[in-house]
Design a binder for this molecule. Structure first.
Ligand code: GLC
Length: 741
């Protein structure tokens, strides 16, 4: 038995364990730690040999490079335990492998896609979903998830909008931090916790045309004020790892950018986790034309700051020679290995390297997890229209149900559900039959539009509920679209039902913003349910019946036409914010009115959503405000207040949102930016006051040469129902006693 050196002693501080181990490692063993390989069938024999020689650091548990688009490829516990045993008991130093997997929004219990979780405007929903995901995935042998994805998406043609928290940096940061807390817990080594990975650093969502993997041009000013902040929030929250993206921004492939991966991430932010590349993105530096060959790609990626190579296998094959030739320093190798070993010690892998298979089976899809998944689904639903209180339906309604999504199971789970099983998932038809069979007098053929039309015109139903939207296969990685319109036949169903005098309720499943312009006129009610996981269907039916009361809000702008993209609420005023009619407005709406063939405003703005009840926001006011920038930066907050009055007969929830506009600044600033929000319950007849304290961060920005600053001068503010609400308030901050005229 080897003597107990410090690195094997869990009582020793992690830093000491790392140094003790590092000094015993050969160059080959160090290089091994920087290599992650996949569990694709064709490499399994090789993996075993590498593990037993201590020449491998990690496995990504995925059958292909497009793990998110695959059907189930369940984890093989025996295979993993055997490989781990080779690393721990046969290799010289017994360094465990770390197993990573895309546990994006649930494991066997599938929670709503991240975009739907963001729509809840409730970080507790995100934290709880990630807590369950970690609980089930860790029981299944997963040590590390490649989530949260905090890419900003301003163009819903991009399929990965579904995996994001939407278009806003503040909302994405709040939800990303909640996800990190949910996955990692207080101590990632504890039972039920896994390491998290903020991805895809950075700017992936700005791909031109929404075409996945595509080039993006992002000014440093926009990079620092829009795309980087959610990653900084996750780093400040202690995220263990970051994943470098595929794309090239501003002339550099991200996975080869020293500026991004070292200058910003390390020197400016001081973050000390480790960077894993996206799938083969280091090797792809050659495809980008930034590297001569695989060895050159390894040199560039490693020196840029990518500590671990996912699946390109270029570090294992080339780092030795690169170090011998001095093109990569041993100091840089030691730096990367320190970060990786620190994460393994932080996860407790040396103490608990193996999967407890019995525990694994017991952990999945508990009634409590499923109940939480149903509640999470309902909290993300967004009610876009409810004409004459069409919803909730009364029990006396005679309902006809139809639409192409009526019987679909797989779509309910959304993209990136490697371990969700459609066969375990209740569809809408079954949910109605379980919850309120007596209400359903007709079930229309989901497959045949013409037969459905015939059924609709002959039915005695007074209400037609149509399950519409997009298949989950249209979302996720490498699933861009040129049009956000609904698939053919869907609008026709709604129009036919309306023309036969029915109440029409549209349930829209989606993983992005869709164009509902042609659907809207034919519907009395529209509920966006996204792809909301295992419990989507019961959550929808219970919402239609009023058991859940929708209060979700849009995390992405819903345009009138795909041609408006990119369209986002935090646009710049431009030098001409008066519309075609020359009408100048102080709210910058007319900055969008530039088309001859379509209004420039969105169909539904960011932050929009209705409820069943009536909660008024009144008496928006400034309760206190510092006089100067210095006072604000010293910690004196701007305090806003709003009175919420529930005039309905049921308790309900609402989401007051605080938007800020910096009127005069060193660089151009958005017409408004979300700086606070809160989902609040208000009892029937209750009147309550909510307060929001805004600190310096709410008023500052990165100006010229990337410097953080808070300007003196005028700021407009609103406490709003959504981003289209006009400003109600104004403050002026003086520059240290000098009044700013
Ligand atoms: C994929 C995705 C990334 C994922 C990784 C592992 O290509 O871009 O989000 O975590 O590879 O599956």
């Amino acid at each position: 038995m080897p003597t107990m050196t410090c690195y094997r002693d869990p009582a020793s501080p992690i830093e000491e364990r790392v140094e003790d181990l590092l000094r015993q490692m050969t160059i080959e063993e160090k290089i091994g730690q920087t290599q992650q390989l996949s569990t694709k069938e064709d490499v399994q024999a090789e993996i075993g040999a590498l593990a037993s020689e201590g020449m491998l650091g990690s496995l990504v548990l995925a059958g292909t490079a497009l793990a998110g688009n695959n059907s189930n490829n369940n984890i093989r516990h025996d295979l993993l335990n055997n490989i781990q045993r080779l690393a721990v008991e046969h290799s010289r130093l017994g360094i465990p492998l770390i197993f990573g997997r895309d546990v994006i929004h649930g494991h066997r219990t599938v929670f709503p896609i991240p975009l739907a979780q963001a729509a809840s405007f409730d970080p507790q929903v995100v934290e709880n979903a990630c807590r369950w995901a970690a609980y089930e995935a860790s029981a299944d042998g997963v040590h590390w998830t490649f989530a949260p994805m905090v890419d900003i998406s301003r163009d819903s043609r991009w399929g990965r909008t579904a995996e994001s928290y939407g278009e806003d940096p503040y909302l994405s940061g709040v939800m990303g931090v909640a996800a990190v807390g949910g996955f990692q817990g207080e101590n990632p080594a504890a039972d039920g916790c896994i390491l998290a990975c903020a991805k895809h650093f950075v700017g992936y969502g700005a791909a031109e045309g929404g075409r996945d993997y595509n080039t993006a041009e992002i000014s440093d000013n926009t990079l620092r004020n829009i795309y980087l902040p959610p990653f900084k929030d996750c780093c400040d929250a202690g995220v263990a790892t970051i994943m470098s993206g595929f794309c090239d921004i501003n002339g550099e492939a991200v996975s080869g950018s020293h500026y991004l991966l070292t200058q910003i991430l390390r020197h400016e932010w001081g973050w000390d986790g480790f960077v894993v590349s996206d799938w083969a993105s280091v090797g792809q530096l050659a495809e980008h034309g930034m590297a001569e060959d695989a060895a050159d790609a390894a040199r560039i990626g490693f020196n840029a700051g990518v500590d671990m190579d996912m699946s390109a296998d270029v570090y294992r094959k080339h780092l030795r020679k690169l170090i011998e030739s001095g093109r990569v320093s041993e100091d840089r190798l030691n730096e990367a290995v320190r970060r990786i070993l620190s994460a393994k010690f932080r996860k407790g892998l040396f103490e608990h390297p193996y999967i407890d298979i019995e525990k694994s089976h017991a952990a999945m899809r508990s009634p409590v997890a499923l109940a939480d998944a149903e509640r999470a689904a309902a909290r993300g639903f967004v009610l876009l229209k409810n004409k004459d209180n069409a919803l909730p339906l009364s029990k006396e309604s005679r309902v006809g149900i139809g639409g192409p999504m009526l019987d679909d199971r797989r779509t309910l789970l959304g993209c990136w559900t490697l371990d969700g099983d459609p066969q375990e998932t209740t569809n809408f038809r079954e949910a109605w039959d379980e919850i309120a069979p007596e209400m359903v007098v007709a079930r229309f053929n989901p497959a045949l539009v013409d037969q459905s039309l015939l059924q609709i015109c002959n039915t005695r139903a007074d209400t037609i509920v149509l399950f519409l939207g997009e298949d989950q296969a249209m979302t996720g990685e490498d699933n861009a679209v040129v049009s956000l319109d609904l698939a053919p036949g869907q609008v026709e169903l709604a129009r036919a039902a309306k023309q036969w005098g029915k109440k029409v309720v549209a349930i829209v499943q989606c993983g992005r913003a869709l164009v509902l312009t042609n659907l809207e006129p034919w519907c009395d009610a529209i509920l966006v349910c996204w792809h909301a996981g295992s419990q989507t269907a019961p959550a929808v039916v219970k919402t239609l019946l009023g058991e859940y009361r929708p209060s979700g809000r849009l995390p992405v702008t819903f345009p009138r036409h795909t041609g408006q993209l990119p369209l986002h609420y935090n646009y710049k005023p431009t030098g001409r914010h008066y519309g075609k009619g020359g009408v100048r407005d102080t709210d910058f709406r007319s900055s969008l009115e530039r088309y001859n063939d379509c209004p420039g405003q969105p169909l539904y703005p960011f932050g929009f959503g209705l409820g069943y009840g009536q909660i008024q926001m009144e008496n928006v006011r400034i309760e206190s405000s510092p006089k100067t920038v210095a006072a604000l930066e010293a910690g004196e907050p701007v305090v806003l207040a709003v009175d919420l009055i529930n005039t309905g007969d049921r308790a309900d929830e609402t989401v007051p949102q605080v938007y800020v506009r910096d009127c005069v600044s060193e660089t151009t600033r958005p017409v408004r930016e979300l700086k606070a929000f809160r989902r609040i319950a208000v009892d029937a007849g209750q009147r309550r006051t909510e307060r929001f304290e805004l600190n310096a961060r709410a008023f500052g920005y990165y100006g010229r040469n990337g410097s953080w600053r808070v300007d003196p001068g005028r700021f407009l503010l609103s406490v709003a129902a959504h981003s289209g609400t006009p400003f109600q308030l104004e403050i002026t901050l003086e520059q240290d006693g000098v009044s700013v005229s």
